[in-house]
Structures are given as structure tokens and as C-alpha cells.
Design a protein around this ligand. Sequence first.
Ligand SMILES: Cc1ncc(COP(=O)(O)O)c(C=O)c1O
Length: 392
Amino acid sequence: MSIVSKRVHSADAAFAAVRDFYVSSRYAKHRTDPGICDFTFGNPHEMPLDGLVGAIRQRAIPHDKDWFAYKTSEERPQAFLAKCVSKELGLGFEPADIALTAGAFAAIMVAFRLVLDAGEEAVFSEPAWFCYEPMLLAADAVPRKVALKGPDFDLDLPAIEAAIGPRTRLVIVNSPHNPTGRIYGRELLQALADLLERASARIGRRIFLLSDEPYRRLRFDGRGFVSPAALYPWALISYSYGKVLLAPGQRLGYLALSPLMPLADRQALRDVMFSAQMALGWCFPNAVMQYAVVDLEQLSIDQAALARRRERLTAALTAAGFTVLRPEGTFYLWSKWPPGDPERHWAMLADRKVFVMPGSIMNSPAYLRISLTASDPMVERALPAFAAIGGL
Ligand SMILES: Cc1ncc(COP(=O)(O)O)c(C=O)c1O
């Protein structure tokens, strides 16, 4: 019998594919080799934004004895973010609606803590970010997975409705979507909001919506963005600066409560926010990142570069027989492998020092995900390898 808890084992099993890829795969062995083309995770492959470095440096200089004291959700960044997010989403957030967190990871875990009791169910659509399932299991909740609708990977509303039962407490929506790059439009999200209203009435309890939006600012072709939290009142938003700054190691984000939520419900969540964040292991961002948020809010990775790489790779992959789903947002490109054995294709790319994320990690073995955070030289070096797969 294991000395480790069952909860940890079940989360570990759900995380095994991505963990093995990260820790012990052929990719893991070569991750730091010079000259590889790394299209796997959304990590930086060039030096960080100047503004990011300047802000951290500047804000690390203490102004008083409390500079590095324990920091929870500090009033100033809360008030600042309430203003910014209100403007961005066209909703009237109050400072108390914004809980500062160590990135979206922490925001999501806090959201699970706030609304899910042990054994309750959370519905999400697949392919999905590979951490929802282990995080739900770690929270003693039950993941209910629903397939996205091919070939465009739209939300399948009837399937979501069918998956909702008496124990459902949460539906997770991620737009712009990792890994497909889809951005869901207002009409679809309104239909989802109507569905959740209907389903809540059917099961006799309120279903919450978690809108996971860490890629919200990363959109191509001037596309707009509608937050589901603007359409369904019982919504929580998880956000991270890790994507827009391409600095996922500098943990900063927030969990925001939709201001449309009735005040009594919102207040009930606000009241327990501090203790939930504390009890989960101090989910607040560190002091310097909290001070720096006013500077960081202005910065973004080079979105023109992402668009350029999207074009270059879409053309090359399409010519090589891949079926690319043109991303509307995020910094990923989701594609079907050409006919043949995906594992063999992956290995052939690896033989040429090109590493992509296999779709099998997201329960979609016929697909692959390419991170556009690879550098331009990596993209250029990788083109012949992708072409070679097409020539098989
Ligand atoms: C959909 C989604 N949600 C949440 C996260 C977590 O973001 P962070 O590491 O910045 O907290 C990620 C990171 O890849 C993601 O893709």
C-alpha cells in the first residue's frame, strides 16, 4: 500500500502523460541542447521584455520596512486592476472582486476550492489544457469531459447540457482556447449562459462558470473578445500575466468575480477568499510582482511576431499535408498530422531536432500543438523537417 494519499495518486495519474513528456521523454533529454527547435511549451526562447526587467528591478528596491512583509491581495493593485479589467471587459468590477493570485494556476485552484465540495462535478471540453483534470482530482472533485465539436473545435452545447447532472457545480470555459486557438463568439457564449441558467433550474442548484482567460489579450487579426463573465452572472475569471508577458515563471494573476453576480453571492465568495488562498498554500503573488503590476499592465509580447510565425508555419505545414486549424488567439497552432503514424512522425521531427507537443497529451493522438513562442530562427530551421514529414 502506498504511503501517498489516494487523491495525490489520482491527480498524478491524470498528469502522467505531460509529466513524462516534461521530465523523462526524448524531448526532456534534449530540451537544453543548443540548436534544437522547441515548439513544445509556451516558454520564452528569447530574452525577456525590457520593460519587464526594468519594472522588477525598480520595484524590488524597498521604500519602507514592510516592503517584503507578507502580502495578500494588496489594496493598491486590487483597485488598479478593478479599473483596468472594468475598462477591458466593459464590466464594473469593484476592488473586492479581484483577488490577486500567483498566476492562473492559483486562481483556478482557489476557484475550485470556493465552489466545489468533495465528489462534486466540473464539466470541461476536450482537447483541453492538461492541468484541469489533475487539479480537479487534487481538489477531490470529479472531472466530466465533453468533446469539442470538430473540425473547428466549437463548444458542443448539447453535449455540455447532457453532461450536467445533480452533482454538477462548475463548468469551465477557456477562450482563447489552448490548444486549438479558438475564440468563442458572443452568440455561442450567450447560448451557453442560457443553457447554464436552464440547467441550474433543472438540477435545483446554481452552477458556476469558470472563465479561464489567460490568453485574453493574445488575439490575431484584430479579433474581439467577449468574456463569458459578461453574459452569465455566476462567473469567476482566472487570469495570468504569464502569457502576455511571456514570463510564466514570474507568477502574477488574479481571480475576479463577475460584477453581475448578485451582491449577496459575491459577498459570500469575497468573505472566504482570503482564507481559501491562505489555506491552499499562500496563493498570493509575491510582493515585487504586486507592486510591478501597474507597469506590467502596459506591456505585451510582440504579437506581430506571433502572427508572422503563424503565417509561416501554417503555409509550410499545409504544403506538407498537415491540416492546420488557423488560430484566432493564444500563441499555439493546433494541427492534424498528415496520414501515417503520429508517433513515427513525432520521432522523425525529433531526429531533426524539432520538438512539438504530441496531441496524445491532450487526448488527441491525431494532432500536434506548436507553440509560436519559438524564435524566428527556430521556425526557419524547422521548415525542412516539417516538409520531410509531408514527403513520406
Ligand atoms: C488554459 C490555461 N489556463 C491556465 C494556465 C496557467 O497559467 P499560469 O501558468 O500563467 O498560471 C495555462 C498555462 O499554460 C493555460 O494554458
